[in-house]
Design a protein around this ligand. Structure first.
Ligand code: FEO
Length: 168
């Protein structure tokens, strides 16, 4: 049986992951609208992964006999100032999510809930990977100043991404 405080903060994290999914989908729509179909694909794959993150927490709460409470998802931004601006926002957003995960780990330790600490370790590693990937893409985009044949090549590369899905 899951502790009520842990249940509450995990439900909040489910909402943050769903918000992340929604944000990436909005970015994907924007990138399609400026004809960067590779990056639109990349952010859409990320939309799928964020839903998987939410489901990983959802399944855990249910497996621990807790109650899943799905609250409203906040609306998201719909306009950006080019692809560099999108990736700046992604990096800032993922850093906030990393802070949120670290905070959850602290709470789980305080509650002496080792199973939850164990679950969260996967998220800790995932955040390191996400921040590194996004930071690399942002550096490359800045290098080519977000334009020209360099942008064409990066957009084509972004199209090859496949979402890592593990949940059913
Ligand atoms: Fe679920 Fe992008 O962190």
């Amino acid at each position: 049986m899951i502790n009520k405080n842990i249940e509450k903060v995990l439900n909040e994290q489910i909402n943050k992951e769903m918000y992340s999914a929604y944000l990436y989908l909005s970015m994907s729509a924007y990138l399609s609208s400026i004809n960067l179909n590779g990056f639109a694909h990349w952010t859409r794959q990320q939309y799928i992964e964020e839903q998987e993150h939410a489901l990983r927490l959802y399944d855990y709460v249910i497996n621990r006999s807790g109650k899943v409470v799905l609250k409203a998802i906040d609306s998201v931004k719909t306009e950006w100032n080019g692809v560099i601006n999108v990736f700046e926002d992604i990096l800032a957003h993922e850093r906030k999510i990393t802070d949120s995960i670290n905070n959850l780990v602290n709470i789980a330790y305080k509650e002496n809930d080792h199973a939850t600490v164990n679950l969260l370790q996967w998220f800790v590693s995932e955040q390191v990977e996400e921040e590194a990937t996004v930071s690399d893409i942002l550096d490359q985009l800045k290098l080519i100043e977000g334009k020209g044949s360099g942008l064409f090549i990066l957009d084509r590369e972004a199209k090859t991404r496949t979402a890592a899905t593990t949940n059913e």
